[in-house]
Write a protein that binds this ligand. Structure first.
Ligand code: ADP
Ligand code: ZN
Length: 614
């Protein structure tokens, strides 16, 4: 006999089996226990509270900071036949009254609440009158004052325990650091809770980091060659570069929209809506965008600027491929990024301890960029998780060569030291490389740098190679940015290199796996749409595209995000197995009872009229 939880998973959600620790968590909370759940983005946290809420008597109350997304979350549940509602500041008094009546009448399984509501005595008295099955605290790291997503209203959530001690609570987050974890436990009084820590690996995401040369060109290659027609997010550091990049992509015919805190709220909301609702929109954004965006079919996340920390980078890239299908995390980074980030830290307010902390975050990020090891291993290591080389990152797929850069490093460092000693001057990378190359530019002449003994001793390396040397020395702390003009100076460890006590091994610039290679391998096929379908045979891909077009119609007509109708993974399953009956269709992952009833006939028609396999 099926357990009630598994039965519900299959009939309502249409999934065959639980993932990872879901089953243990659900059974613990359904049994009345408190839980703290740490799971990466896309790990499947929602089911961990939705099922206990439905299995226990009464309704589950979900506290979420993401007011703008509550409506979508509730719509997605209703599309599955789950009775859900939400109360936040965006709805009218009449709508609120109707939802509250439904809750009191026992007509809801789940009620989403904005955290600030809980501070009101009125809301608390209302909850007193309900039978609550479970309290779920989503994005629980928002309670952490030192984290980047702090929400003061979250501090009030201790009321849940004080006022309704008999109701089990489940707190969930994708933020892994031990410090945040401790803070959540303390502030939410979860000392008695069982802690469920999942692996933070996201094996379907391919990590790639390449040197920044012509970033716009590189980004276009990525989108056109590997992700045509796919939804993606492009992260930029500044509002200005967000605008410029979105414009440039749009001019190239890519449906790209900007998102940053400087845009009017209505524009932000409209752009976010299009990104969620339409297929294949590219969002160009600052990191203001993304938390709680649970769009499962984001196929790529691109970084055009260096993130400040591995934590941030991992959270941002984690928004790709939540549906488990192949996805890409791609970054272009260059010397200017390193210099800029160091300057940002120097000029930031805050005491020295804080600056050192920021510096350490940046150092780890740079070490990831320049590593010769598997990228995923470096990332998971950072979160304290041991792993094997992954086979799905650029360094695994095309192991970078290393070369002995000791002499090159000595040439560069001695130029810097001589300038300082003999002339009390400091310069940035451009001038230093001109000196090493022996170029008689105007600036070289003006400063009489052609009289230096190191003038012209580095002509054996190209500019790109020299920039690689500078970047890597900066990344490994053998060189420092000295001031806000980006001039370079030695560090204490520089002297060990100059004295020949320290070898310097550098990463050779390699052409990066991906774009051009893939296009020539699979020819035209790769150019037709969507990486989600990349694994499909040609005939199946035709059916997949037909299903996608049908889904877009249905979604538009109903005002739903496309993925709420069916996620890509389900469409891929249908295209591959070609069900001939409703029964067969119901076997496919993501097809539950309600959707079978609503869309089954349409889907079977599409399958029946698809071209036969050869
Ligand atoms: P999180 O909140 O942890 O980021 P979600 O709860 O949004 O993740 O789940 C991510 C995706 O995985 C969703 O599309 C969800 O429907 C799907 N999913 C979750 N659990 C399962 C499962 N047991 N089987 C198949 N798909 C699942
Ligand atoms: Zn790897």
């Amino acid at each position: 006999m099926l357990s009630p939880a598994l039965d519900l998973l299959r009939t309502t959600f249409g999934y065959d089996s639980f993932r990872g620790q879901q089953e243990r968590i659900i059974s613990h909370v359904t049994g009345g226990g408190d839980a703290l759940v740490l799971m990466p983005t896309g790990g499947g946290k929602s089911l961990c509270y939705q099922l206990p809420a439905m299995l226990r008597p009464g309704l589950g109350i979900v506290i979420s900071p993401l007011i703008a997304l509550m409506h979508d979350q509730v719509t997605a549940l209703e599309a599955l036949g789950v009775r859900a509602g939400f109360v936040n500041s965006s709805i009218s008094a009449a709508e609120r009254a109707a939802t509250e009546r439904a809750a009191l009448a026992g007509e809801l399984d789940l009620l989403y609440l904005a955290p600030e509501r809980l501070g009101m005595e009125w809301t608390q008295a209302f909850i007193d009158r309900l039978q609550v099955s479970v309290f779920a605290i989503d994005e629980a790291h928002c309670v952490s004052q030192w984290g980047h997503d702090f929400r003061p209203d979250y501090l009030r959530l201790s009321v849940l325990h004080d006022r309704w001690p008999g109701v089990p609570r489940i707190a969930l987050t994708a933020t892994a650091t031990p410090a945040t974890r401790r803070e959540i436990t303390e502030r939410l009084a979860l000392q008695q809770a069982e802690v469920f820590v999942s692996s933070f690996d996201r094996p379907n995401i391919r990590y790639r980091i390449e040197a920044k040369q012509q970033p716009m060109r590189q980004l276009l290659d990525l989108i056109r060659d590997e992700h045509p027609g796919d939804a993606g997010i492009v992260y930029c550091l500044s509002r200005n570069s967000v605008e410029k990049t979105a414009d440039a992509l749009a001019r190239e015919g890519i449906p790209a929209l900007p998102y940053h805190a400087g845009l009017p709220g209505a524009v932000r909301a409209a752009n976010q809506n299009r990104f969620l609702r339409e297929d294949g929109v590219v969002m160009v954004a600052t990191i203001a965008f993304g938390m709680g965006i649970d769009k499962p079919d984001v196929r790529f996340v691109a970084h055009l600027d260096l993130p400040r920390s591995i934590e941030g980078y991992y959270q941002e890239t984690g928004r790709a491929g939540r549906d488990g299908l192949p996805a890409t995390a791609w970054m272009a980074y260059g010397l200017a990024d390193v210099v800029q980030q160091r300057q940002l830290i120097d000029s930031s307010d805050g005491d020295d301890a804080h600056k050192r902390l920021l510096g350490r975050h940046l150092d780890s990020m740079l070490a990831l960029c320049e590593t010769l090891r598997c990228r995923r291993q470096v990332i998971l290591d950072h979160f304290g998780e041991a792993s094997q080389p992954c086979g799905n990152c650029d360094t695994c797929l095309a192991p970078p060569e290393s070369w002995d850069g000791t002499v090159a490093a000595q040439k560069l460092l001695s130029t810097i030291v001589r300038l300082k000693r003999e002339r009390n001057q400091q310069f940035g990378a451009g001038q230093l490389i001109d000196i090493l190359h022996g170029r008689r530019t105007d600036r070289v002449a003006q400063w009489r740098h052609d009289e230096l003994s190191t003038f012209g001793i580095g002509a054996d390396l190209t500019d790109v190679q020299w920039r690689g040397v500078v970047r890597q020395l900066l990344a490994s702390g053998l060189l420092a940015v000295s001031d806000r003009f980006g001039t370079l100076g030695p560090t204490e460890s520089s002297w060990t290199v100059l004295r020949g006590e320290h070898e310097v091994w550098l990463r050779r610039q390699v052409a990066v796996a991906g774009s051009r290679r893939r296009r020539s391998a699979s020819g035209e096929a790769a150019r037709s749409r969507s990486a989600a379908a990349a694994t499909l045979a040609d005939d199946d891909r035709t059916l997949f595209e037909a299903l996608r077009a049908w889904r877009a119609e249905v979604a538009r007509a109903a005002g739903l995000p496309a993925y709420v109708v069916f996620p890509d993974a389900t469409l891929v399953g249908i295209a591959q197995t070609r069900p001939g009956s409703l029964d067969a269709l119901s076997e496919i992952s993501g097809v539950g009872a309600k959707k079978l009833e609503q869309y089954g006939a349409d889907v079977l028609d599409l399958v029946a009229s698809a071209p036969r396999r050869e």
